[in-house]
Write a new protein. Structure first.
Length: 609
């Protein structure tokens, strides 16, 4: 959600900023802009509504030369997408420019105060108050102005600031919004996310809440909220730059779907080599004392959590609640003394999940984090020792695929480990399940071969106005994710239902021409599911079934088309079935001419409530 870049050094700042913004464009945006301090120590602002191409064209006609600058891609929150509302924003004199991710919750009160002091606002944004506030507080040292301003700002922010009176310096600050500082040879960078920096440096630090950083060609200094120096250990990023590029695929989403076998292998291998439970930071005594587990996440990560609920309850014999993070802390949750709280987030910066984690911690829950990004806020708050990393690598497409499948895999591994620690899962059964998990990468390669079949299906189905997804048990959890994927990238209205609930209302919507996609991986529920699907076909709707190879014959005559995946245990088969369902969403979006990697109105990392 929004993207920030900043640069100070010897290169053309505009070129570095535009490259960084392009790398962050996957986060979702509706306008973009840069501010550069030129050789005459004037701030040149260039911004434009729409895609980065519009900004690039503007810069061709009116260049912004200089070696210090900030850039931003905006996802509208306060004020419509427009040139005026695009960042950066400046004070009245144009001597201070600011870019901002997050939401300033008291911006209306600050605006009234600043207008009373003579400030003239030109945008509808909450961000512009920061530029005018800094102008009001500036006395020749931007660090001191920021130290005075930050206590006055309520809400979340990641800030990049330049000032024409300090032409060789770039400032940044953060609170509840991610910000990375990168170090090179005589040049320094800031960004909302690591991919923006990989072309220039792999050495970064992650700012903590309320910290300020001062970047100049001679180095970086970081200060805490009181102005005292703050020490950070550099983190070296070992991502392959190529892993953040398309690698010959038409879209990042397709590339990331095809990277899932490798992601599954990388996530499983370190746990498999440790044994069935020794990698988990919970002792057998703690595990046996547990009375409840709560899994909290948003969107796709929540759907992985629902799969985890089924698996943990089955193997560890513990009651599990899977909850939407944005609802969790507003319902005054009851947290037991022997409760384990699991937060799942791809980015580690999801605002609602982070807030829920903090609330659970305050109420005394034992906390674990499942995350894909080392050094992210959630991993720091939970602690490295309490973080279970998925090794999906950088995920660029807004619609999550490989992050989801590794999150689901991690939940299976966690269920097995807890079952062993609690004594509810015999060792032989645990070994069998772990062998099945280890076999997932090879079976995922086979599942990817359904792509051509799904392209043909999409060619005939892409103009459908709505699609229903149904399943029972774990297949219902999978159907929720499949419906989300389709609506995210193709804009087709799609909904998931537990198949047994069809007759309790949704069946009224079925009529000839309707498309129903069924997940059929749970053999124990096969006859029940078939009965529900016959109710669908009796109303003239078409059924497409994704099922295990061993169940294909039983679905003939009920499903119009059958997409077969390799056989696997009931707990594991839904992960394989996820792959053709992801491909279905992708192929439908392509057939409809949608911008697959950058769906409208969506952002990759939702860092505000």
């Amino acid at each position: 959600m929004c993207g920030i870049v900043g640069y100070v050094g010897r290169r053309s700042a505009a070129a570095v900023l535009m490259d960084g913004l392009d790398k962050l464009s996957y986060r979702g945006y509706d306008s973009a802009g840069i501010a550069v301090i030129d050789p005459q120590q004037r701030i040149k602002v260039r911004k434009a509504k729409g895609r980065l191409d519009n900004l690039a064209h503007l810069l061709e006609n009116t260049p912004a030369d200089g070696c210090v600058g900030i850039g931003h891609t905006r996802w509208a929150t306060h004020g419509e997408p427009s040139d005026l509302n695009a960042h950066p924003h400046t004070d009245v004199k144009g001597s201070i420019a600011v870019v901002h991710n997050g939401i300033i919750e008291n911006h209306e009160a600050l605006r009234r105060y600043l207008e009373g002091q003579g400030a003239v606002f030109v945008s509808q944004t909450d961000t512009e108050v920061i530029a005018h506030l800094l102008n009001r507080l500036y006395r020749g040292d931007m660090k001191e102005a920021l130290l005075r301003a930050i206590p006055m700002l309520e809400g979340s922010y990641a800030l990049g600031v330049v000032c024409s009176e300090e032409p060789d310096v770039l400032y940044c600050a953060r609170n509840d919004s991610p910000l990375v500082v990168g170090s090179g040879e005589g040049e320094y960078f800031i960004a909302s996310d690591i991919p923006a920096l990989l072309s220039y440096t792999r050495d970064v630090i992650f700012l903590r809440d309320k910290e300020i950083a001062r970047l100049e060609p001679g180095g970086v200094r970081v200060y805490d909220a009181y102005g005292a120096p703050s020490i950070h250990e550099p983190f070296h990023v070992d991502w392959d730059i190529g892993s953040a590029e398309k690698g010959g695929y038409a879209h990042y989403m397709l590339k990331e779907i095809h990277e899932q076998p490798e992601a599954l292998q990388k996530t499983c291998a370190p746990r498999r080599s440790c044994g069935d439970d020794r990698w988990l930071p919970i002792t057998s005594e703690e595990a046996r004392r547990l009375e409840k587990i709560t899994i909290v996440a948003c969107g796709t990560a929540y759907h992985a959590g629902v799969l985890g609920k089924y698996a943990i309850e089955r193997l560890a014999r513990l009651p599990v609640e899977a909850e939407i993070a944005s609802e969790y802390r507003y319902r005054d949750p009851i947290v037991g003394r022997n409760e384990l709280f699991i937060a799942i987030s791809q980015s580690g910066e999801t605002a609602d999940t982070l807030a829920a984690l903090r609330e659970a911690g305050r109420r005394g829950a034992r906390v674990l984090a499942v995350c894909n990004v080392v050094g992210s806020t959630i991993t720091r708050e939970a602690g490295e020792e309490n973080t279970l990393y998925t090794y999906a690598g950088p995920e660029i497409a807004v619609a999550s695929t490989k992050a989801y499948i590794t999150q689901a895999e991690m939940m299976l591994l966690l269920a097995v480990a807890l079952g062993r620690l609690r004594g509810t899962l015999p060792r032989e059964e645990a070994e069998r399940l772990l062998d099945e998990v280890a076999a997932l990468p090879g079976k995922a390669e086979v599942a990817l071969k359904t792509e051509a079949q799904l392209q043909r299906l999409a060619a005939s189905a892409s103009q459908k106005k709505h699609v229903f997804f149904v399943g029972r048990g774990l297949d219902y959890a999978l159907s929720m994710e499949a419906a989300l994927k389709l609506k995210e990238v193709s804009y087709i209205f799609s909904e998931a239902y537990a198949a047994g609930e069809l007759k309790h209302g949704p069946i009224a919507l079925l009529q000839p021409g309707c498309l129903v996609v069924a997940s059929v991986t749970q053999e124990a529920l096969l006859e029940k599911t078939l009965s529900n699907l016959r109710e669908v076909t009796a109303r003239g709707a078409s059924v497409v079934a994704v099922c295990r190879e061993s169940l294909v014959d039983k679905l003939r005559g009920t499903a119009e088309q059958i997409i077969a995946i390799p056989d696997a245990d009931d707990l594991i088969a839904p992960l394989l079935a996820a792959i053709p369902l992801q491909l279905f969403a992708y192929c439908m979006a392509v057939a409809r001419g949608c911008d697959v990697d950058k769906p409208r109105n969506l952002a990759k990392s939702v860092t505000v409530e």
